[in-house]
Design a protein around this ligand. Structure first.
Ligand code: URP
Ligand code: ZN
Ligand code: ZN
Ligand code: ZN
Length: 470
């Protein structure tokens, strides 16, 4: 057989195995795994490199409106470019339903935003903010059939949060259709109460974002979401877990027999609430929800990864420009933390941080790394085995990693639209040096090879957590 490309002699790792072999690519797919493959248009020597499934980042916010005239720092062009620089071949972005909008209308808007702009493959989660009987009863079943098989609900944020009865209705619709629900777990009423108390006490600095969103507000909501899912009898994903108490809720629910997935993110391993207290409003750069906690919480999130309590390690990339956050566009944010948009950039740094801090420091295995950054995302969100693994027939989405490349993270190498990275100056060992998406060489040595966006939209199957619709 003649191949388009052979990647020769790399150390290939999947979620289960590590082995040295050649990979033959033909027509965008992996056509052979063997030793001593010959005969290709291009042969790439991967001796001394790891060849991993391209990263799948299943929690990425791109080009969403944020109110007050502040726009997200990444559209689908810059956001997916940054994803590629960081070794990702697929991202799952959010399609935000506005109140009163149908899901189809929302999807039309986001497909237009993404059309012709994506440098890696892309799919959408639906964010349900208006769970009317029509949306849940008529639209959702058809959309799940059309390949939109996951959705997110919020328990916090004015205007986005759902009440418990609405969450139950949404979970029930998911049970009927076989959709997978992701839940943002923080108790909005408790947060509002605490914001009121902070206002009485004249506490307005960025650091108070963290103290108005304490661990019990996350733990309670996590427990409630899991309980509601248990009552409805439907799987859920608890996203962006920041601390031990929420993590233990997941562990306990699983021990009870619930089918659930847990996710944590780099910010909960690398940052703490102290970062929100940096000088002169610098703390605004670290405002995200749930907020980063403390050293003990970091250790707990590591434990959750080591012990596979977390299936998913995602970026929750939600980029803003510091200039906008505290520049002329947002005078309000300077006066009160509640007007600082929530979210930090991280789609390019997710993989190098976990590789360096996790694999190179011996906390997780290379195979866990692959599972938590690619394979589990593909399985849970209905892309497996086309995506997320290295096997014959899969898309040739491959990241070549140099485990010895030492990099100091600086904002200028990340290709995102933010004017900062929360990980400025962090030194990592191991870096993705080359990326293939469906066999196309997309990124090499930190630069895009192909400037023309060649990403595809991905229609998805149902989640591996959802056996079949009831
Ligand atoms: O602060 C965050 N995480 N912003 C992004 C939106 C979300 O809740 O995931
Ligand atoms: Zn969230
Ligand atoms: Zn998010
Ligand atoms: Zn194409």
């Amino acid at each position: 057989m003649r191949f388009d490309t052979i990647i020769r002699n790399g150390t290939v790792a999947t979620a289960s195995d590590t082995f040295v072999c050649d990979i033959g690519i033909r027509d965008g797919r992996i056509a052979a795994l063997s030793t001593e493959l010959e005969d290709a248009d291009e042969v790439i020597d991967a001796t001394g490199l790891f060849v991993l499934p391209g990263g799948i980042d299943s929690h990425v916010h791109l080009d969403q409106p944020s109110g007050d005239g502040i726009v997200m720092a990444d559209d689908f062009d810059s956001g997916t470019r940054s994803a590629a620089i960081g070794g990702n071949s697929t991202v799952l972005a959010f399609c935000m339903q506005e109140k009163g909008q149908t899901l189809r209308e929302a999807l039309k808007v986001y497909h237009e935003k993404a059309q012709g702009k994506c440098h890696v493959d892309v799919a959408f989660h639906l964010v349900i903010t208006d769970p009317t009987p029509e949306v849940l009863g008529q639209e959702l079943p058809a959309l799940v059939e059309d390949g939109y098989t996951s959705l997110k609900v919020f328990m916090t944020y004015e205007g986005l949060r759902l009440r418990d009865d609405q969450i139950l209705d949404t979970l029930d619709a998911a049970r009927r259709t076989g959709a997978l629900v992701m839940v943002h777990c923080e108790n909005e009423d408790a947060i509002r109460y605490l914001i009121g108390r902070h206002e009485e006490e004249g506490k307005f600095a960025p650091k108070y974002h963290a103290t108005t969103r304490p661990i019990p507000a996350e733990r309670e909501a996590t427990h409630r979401a899991l309980s509601l899912a248990e009552i409805v009898d439907v799987p859920i994903v608890i996203v962006h877990v920041s601390n031990r108490e929420a993590m233990e809720e997941i562990r306990r629910a699983r021990q009870r027999g619930q089918k659930i997935a847990g996710e944590t993110c780099p910010q909960y391993l690398m940052l703490t609430a102290d970062d929100l207290d940096r000088d002169a409003l610098e703390g605004a750069k670290y405002v995200c929800s749930p907020p980063p906690r403390d050293k003990a919480s970091q250790d707990a999130c590591w434990e959750g990864l080591e012990q596979n309590v977390f299936d998913l390690f995602s970026s929750d990339h939600c980029p803003f420009r510091y200039e906008d956050v505290h520049g002329k566009l947002n005078e309000k944010g300077k006066r009160h933390f509640r007007w600082i948009p929530n979210g930090i950039p991280g789609v390019a740094t997710r993989l190098p941080i976990l590789f360096s801090e996790g694999v190179m420091k011996g906390r997780i295995t290379l195979n866990q790394f692959v599972a938590q950054t690619a394979t589990n995302h593909a399985k849970l969100y209905g892309l497996y085995p086309r995506k997320g693994t290295i096997c014959v027939g899969a898309d040739a989405d491959l990241a070549l990693w140099d485990p010895n490349r030492q990099v100091t993270i600086t904002n200028d190498i990340l290709a995102h639209g933010s004017d900062y990275t929360p990980y400025q100056g962090v030194e990592v060992r191991g870096w993705p040096v080359r990326l293939f998406v469906r066999g196309n060489s997309v990124m090499e040595s930190g630069a895009m090879v192909e400037e023309a966006p060649s990403g595809h939209y991905l229609s998805r199957q149902r989640s591996s957590l959802v056996s079949k619709p009831a």
